[in-house]
Design a protein. Sequence first.
Length: 277
Amino acid sequence: MKVNTVRCGLFAVLVLTGCMPSAGRADTLDDIRSRGKMIVAIDPTFKPYEYTTSDGAITGYDPALVALVAKDLGVTIEYQRLAFDGIIPGLVAGSFDFTCTALNVTAERAKRIAYTIPVSKSQNVVLVRQGGAVSGSSPDDLSGHTIAVKATTQPEQLLRQINRDLEQAGKKDIQILSLQTVEQTIEALTGGRADGVVDDVSVISAQMHQGAGNLHIAGDIGSPVYIAWGTRKSDPKLTEALDSELKKLAADGRMQALQKQFLGVSFDLPTSDFLPK
């Protein structure tokens, strides 16, 4: 009872002095403007979207795009390097301002985080060895084979959904090999640990251009999905500010120029109604 009395007394003092703690936190945009710096989480292992050069610099499509946003907002960037599977938990926990790591827009993720407008579009493909065990990209082609994906990504979720469909049809599951980086998935394929790799066509194309071995794309798998940056649901001002900057970059062509530079293709992207049902 003594503790409750003390707490009630403190509550009364706070009310009388007007020092009640705020029911909500200040929007992160205010913090960014105040400190003159945005703290951005990134997993620089996803070429060509975000990766690290030989001298340790972060580069790629998303870093180039966020650099233009920061310049237009008049702030600098401080990157927090995180493994991909730590990005969304860190965002929800408030460990950084937002993430510019390429996030496929999914209904499941949208329950936990907010998205900017799309900055790109993803079409997953199946990468295989010439003359290997897998020659096509349909669920039946992959049934019973080992397919490598980057852990916790949309391609992994896609294969898990395909496995549910295969199970209902009484067919063999795809053996999913989940790894931490794109490079590891390619190494698993070229080294014979996997019969194929599923990832975005831009990512796969970049790997093939670097001489990833005797590999070719067997075909598309799944429907295309949009790619966006992640913010917190409690940060609507920041999301709106990022959206405004991205719309300007799309309108003046700078976004499309970066897409062609890093992804090899440009996209017409929506500014509304892009969340999956």
